[in-house]
Design a protein around this ligand. Structure first.
Ligand SMILES: [Mn+2]
Length: 429
């Protein structure tokens, strides 16, 4: 298999760091042992954890004002796969990518799969895009796609999703995420009732095209690009639609798709209990759908989400969950941001594994509020970096991925062979 990052470079770098890591790991092992926590059991779970990287996340994003391209940016899906392979060679927990169609359309998906296979990169859930126009016909998504008043526009949007499924089947994916930007910008613009009815009718047609072993993930969002109303505005509407569609339909929680101060960890718990939690789009935000690096603003929230997942898993309630990152940046190198996000997600998962849930249950039943919160805070405040770094090391990945990446001068080298992207058109948001 072809390696995007030379193993020798990783090994040499790791050699310089392993002695310090061993002593940090040993120190943490002793500390956790006092609470009867076996560090190696946790490390093994982290070694097997996977989170998918978005293909759209390796390009420099923009705002609705402008986009400032970085150097050596990937210009097509093949170059995006190369960048994703760099990330995975360094961190090892991002073996799959989540593509976006038609952005990642190619003439030959079999050839694309062979190319990705050669880098050891597979395909997670695929995403369909009906929030911008494509093609030369007069059927525009300006006033909605799956919910458009015009049936021929709805049929076109359904077709985009069918094609995404077909591409995904060739690539080895097992699911489709549908997020629509459909909604209204002004009161009276659309009928709330009719648009939801049309959404369900369109989604039923997409659902009927799903292969037997596939899932469809419904992604909710309260606003943007529509600023007055959106058709799947919240987890409740998402749940009702998933329930109406059937067993293969699940809800997807994008952390940025909530109004400020929403208790996302409670939504996660609700969807688990309702058997409809299907996946995540990890990112972080301060104000809206900011798509910042996971855990960059509110790592405690990310921990509390994993806290619900780990508790549900312990109680046998957790089914297969698709973990994906959904982020896009206009000031950082996307490769560095995705490395940091995957690390932050692994750290929060690790911290949740430190929680003694039987003890938490006792404290809750005894109404010991302070004790219960202290139990969670103690896990959250534990520096688990030695576990996550050791998991990477034992999987033959990088102890310190960012410093190796910087030593490669990867983007500078790529800028000599990749076409440069010009212009300052607004980017994806
Ligand atoms: Mn998303």
């Amino acid at each position: 298999m072809f390696k995007a990052v030379d193993k020798e470079i990783i090994n040499n770098h790791n050699l310089k760091l392993i002695s310090d890591l061993n002593s940090d790991f040993d120190h943490l092992r002793k500390k956790l042992e006092r609470n009867k926590v076996n560090i190696n059991d946790i490390k093994n779970k982290i070694k097997n954890f996977q989170v998918a990287v978005p293909t759209w996340g390796v390009g420099t994003g923009g705002t609705r004002f402008a986009r400032f391209p970085g150097i050596g940016e990937p210009q097509n899906i093949y170059e995006k796969i190369e960048d994703c392979a760099v990330i995975n060679d360094l961190v090892g927990i991002t073996q799959k990518v989540s593509p976006h169609f038609p952005w990642d359309n190619v003439s030959d998906f079999k050839e694309l799969k062979e190319f990705s296979d050669s880098f050891g990169i597979g395909y997670d859930v695929v995403n369909s895009n009906t929030f911008q126009d494509q093609g030369e016909d007069n059927l525009s998504f300006k006033y909605g796609s799956l919910t458009n008043a015009d049936q021929s526009v709805r049929e076109k949007a359904i077709q985009v999703n069918k094609e995404a499924i077909e591409a995904g089947m060739t690539l080895g994916s097992k699911g489709l995420t549908v997020w629509v930007g459909d909604g209204g910008n002004f009161p009276g613009q659309i009928s709330f009732s009719k648009s939801l009815e049309r959404y369900i009718e369109s989604m039923k047609k997409i659902y009927s095209n799903l292969p037997e072993d596939w899932k469809v993930y419904l992604e909710h969002k309260p606003y943007e690009p529509a600023f007055y109303s959106t058709v799947i505005s919240d987890w409740g509407t998402s749940y009702i639609c998933a329930k109406e569609l059937g067993e293969k339909a699940m809800c997807l929680v994008d952390l940025g798709h909530h109004l400020p101060n929403t208790n996302i960890e409670m939504i996660v718990s609700r969807l688990i209990d309702l058997n409809k939690l299907g996946g995540f789009h990890f990112n972080d935000s301060k104000f809206g759908d900011d798509d910042l690096d996971a855990g960059s603003i509110n790592p405690f929230e990310l921990f509390l989400i994993f806290n619900e997942l780990t508790l549900a898993n312990k109680n046998g309630k957790l089914k297969e969950i698709s973990y994906m990152i959904d982020q896009s940046h206009n000031v950082t190198d996307p490769i560095e941001s995705l490395i940091l996000s995957s690390n932050e997600i692994a750290l929060c998962f690790t911290k949740s594994l430190l929680v003694d849930y039987d003890h938490l249950n006792e404290l809750q039943d005894a109404n010991d509020t302070t004790g219960a919160m202290q139990l969670l805070k103690t896990a959250f405040n534990t520096d688990v970096n030695p576990i996550v770094s050791m998991a990477r090391y034992e999987n033959s990945n990088a102890i310190d991925p960012i410093s190796i990446y910087r030593s490669l001068n990867y983007k500078q080298n790529k800028s000599k062979v990749r076409k440069s992207s010009k212009g300052s058109s607004s980017g994806i948001v």
